[in-house]
Design a protein around this ligand. Sequence first.
Ligand code: NAP
Length: 314
Amino acid sequence: MSEQNHQKVIIIGSGPAGLTAAIYAARANLSPIIFEGDQPGGQLTTTNDVENYPGFVDGISGPELMEVMRKQAVRFGTESRFEYVTKVDFSSKPHQVWVGEKKYTADAVIIATGASARYLGLPSEQKLKGFGVSACATCDGFFYRDKEVFVVGGGDSALEEAGFLTKFASKVYLVHRRDEFRGSKIMRQRVLDNPKVEVLWNTTIKEVLGEPDQGGVVGAILEDTVTGETREQKIDGIFMAIGHTPNTKIFKEFLPMDETGYLITKPDSTATDIEGVFAAGDVRDRVYRQAITAAGNGCMAALEAERYLTELDD
Ligand code: NAP
């Protein structure tokens, strides 16, 4: 194998966790390679306005924020590759990472492959993503002041997001496919007690109505899961809260995960069970899932990788 395919640090994934890890690793002279994956910049690239990332008094668009992070990482010597890692092998050292047929090795690997919000999978929903269909109330709730919104789901995320959205929206309809919530008792009660929330039990969304170039979402066709009856309802925005899927498929054989596939790291650390392999951001965080917490986590991973590599050299 050629020398140039061996790296001190390989970073997989290019959201705030991966790119922050790259900035820190590059500034520590580790010349990292970052494989940006099939959605360079990660989940934030589907968000129009980011108003809660510190440092941007007037807000910044998601794609722009990720572009400046990438430029900052590259400025200090990160090599950015718009390539998708297809396979890893952490069973021996150095660790091995493949992009298709091409193999790389690394002394340290930082996994920052994130998580993907689940969507219903309707073509009309996909078309209106970012135009009234969102999967992040914290990011986009602010834009629904005095408007009416749907939140889809019946777990803790849906209950939490419904409550959060009542700070802005005049009315929140919680659209749940069954007649009882999956979420915890306390969250359930809080939502049921909230006068701005109305639960549409046994209901699913059949189709999202609206056009991206004509103001986005205007309504939805709802179906009663018991009777099969359908009806149309006007609505200004739809928030999907039907869970997230961590992007961890290629690590299954090597790293411990919880029952839903999130990577498990050591307490107060980004270290995994395998020496030299670190995990940062949404791939290991099912609770906070914010750009700023992911970035902080990426910083931790790079510092821990640097410390690990220093000890290897000693
Ligand atoms: P979740 O618990 O898996 O709930 C997903 C919800 O979406 C369920 O109610 C499910 O319906 C519904 N759903 C799934 N696929 C659907 C589909 N295709 N169409 C319609 N509805 C669909 O996910 P989550 O709410 O994101 O929570 C994930 C984990 O994080 C949980 O362990 C949760 O407790 C935790 N969490 C905790 C907090 C907190 O404590 N503050 C906040 C958020 C999340 P069914 O119920 O019918 O399956």
